[in-house]
Design a protein. Structure first.
Length: 323
């Protein structure tokens, strides 16, 4: 959580803190967040009620503010800007489709749908910085955090299903991860970071090649040399298997059934990969598989030691209308 133990006497003005934060002094974000936290918690409580959801939304907002302070153009709007980040975090939890009406000054400080090159460079640097900080988390907290924030699984129940653990375990891991991440982000902000983009490109090439091998009927080549002989896999059904043979057998069965696989996205760190896959069903059996899957690969010493599979649910509107 971005809350220092106490604010120093003679604390700088908010305009000074915003200027310092935009210049790269990330500790200034913590001071700004601490000053506004009571009001931010009040906003979250008004939308989500008293309880852990409101606290979680405020913690989510703290991380967002830390990563996106460079988008704040008007120092005088920092309070409304932080409140809007909290509202967005709450809205994501409520899945409310209707946008909130904002005044012009606050709306001007929200991220544009057309990022300029500077925004793209900031996003790339932030991603490297984020992964450096993620390296400070214990593995179980790291995978939960990555699934929640980078893997497109905002619902605790979906993370729990993917990892094969209770929802309460997911909640506690995420709470601990968020608390650690604030300090880790601050601690690693000024250090040199690995080029995560280059690693991701390499891992994506490997993923595309692996699925191409499987779709050609050569499932034995899939992840050859990468899997531990004792790799443990948790499947969407909740079943757990041991050994790479089960991975290849299931992929081969998909191919025999006419299903093809396409990589949509890859998220990669040194000990964790997420493969976002499209599952393309045969025309004669369009409902054979869900439309997509998220495959989580957890590595130790360069070997894939654990995998988890989550099936993306079908949308209610998907498929042809009934005659």
């Amino acid at each position: 959580m971005l809350v220092p133990t106490r604010l120093p006497s003679g604390a700088p003005s908010e305009a000074d803190l915003v200027a310092a934060a935009r210049a790269g002094d990330t500790s200034a974000v913590g001071l700004l967040f601490a000053r506004h936290r009571p009001a931010l918690l009040a906003v979250a409580t008004s939308l989500l009620g008293h309880g852990p959801d409101a606290e979680d939304a405020v913690q989510d907002a703290g991380l967002t503010a830390l990563l996106r302070i460079g988008t704040l153009r008007d120092p005088g709007a920092v309070g409304p800007w932080l409140k809007e980040i909290v509202r967005n975090a709450c809205r994501a939890r409520l899945r409310a489709p209707a946008p909130l009406v904002l005044d012009d000054r606050v709306a001007a400080d929200l991220p544009s749908s057309e990022p300029d090159p500077a925004d793209l460079l900031d996003a790339l640097a932030g991603r490297d910085w984020l992964w450096a900080a993620l390296g400070e988390l214990p593995p179980d907290q790291r995978v939960a955090f990555v699934l929640r924030y980078l893997g497109g699984l905002p619902a605790y129940r979906d993370i729990a299903t993917t990892l094969g653990v209770p929802v309460g375990t997911v909640r506690s891991r995420l709470a601990a991860a968020r608390a650690r991440m604030a300090g880790a982000l601050l601690a690693t902000a000024e250090t040199a970071h690995d080029d995560v983009a280059a690693l991701t490109r390499a891992r994506r090439r490997e993923a595309v090649a692996a699925l191409a091998d499987a779709d050609r009927g050569d499932a034995r080549s899939m992840l050859a040399g990468r899997c531990s002989p004792a790799v443990e896999s948790t499947w969407a059904s909740g079943r757990t298997t041991t050994g790479p043979g089960h991975l290849r057998q299931i992929m081969a069965q998909d191919v025999d059934d006419g299903v093809r696989h396409r990589i949509a996205d890859v998220v990669a760190g040194h000990d964790l990969e997420l493969w976002e896959m499209e599952l393309i069903n045969p025309p004669e059996d369009p409902g054979h598989c869900p439309p997509g899957a998220l495959w989580v690969l957890r590595l130790e010493g360069g070997e894939v030691r654990r995998t988890h599979l989550f099936h993306r649910p079908r949308r209610a509107s998907a498929g042809p209308a009934a005659a």
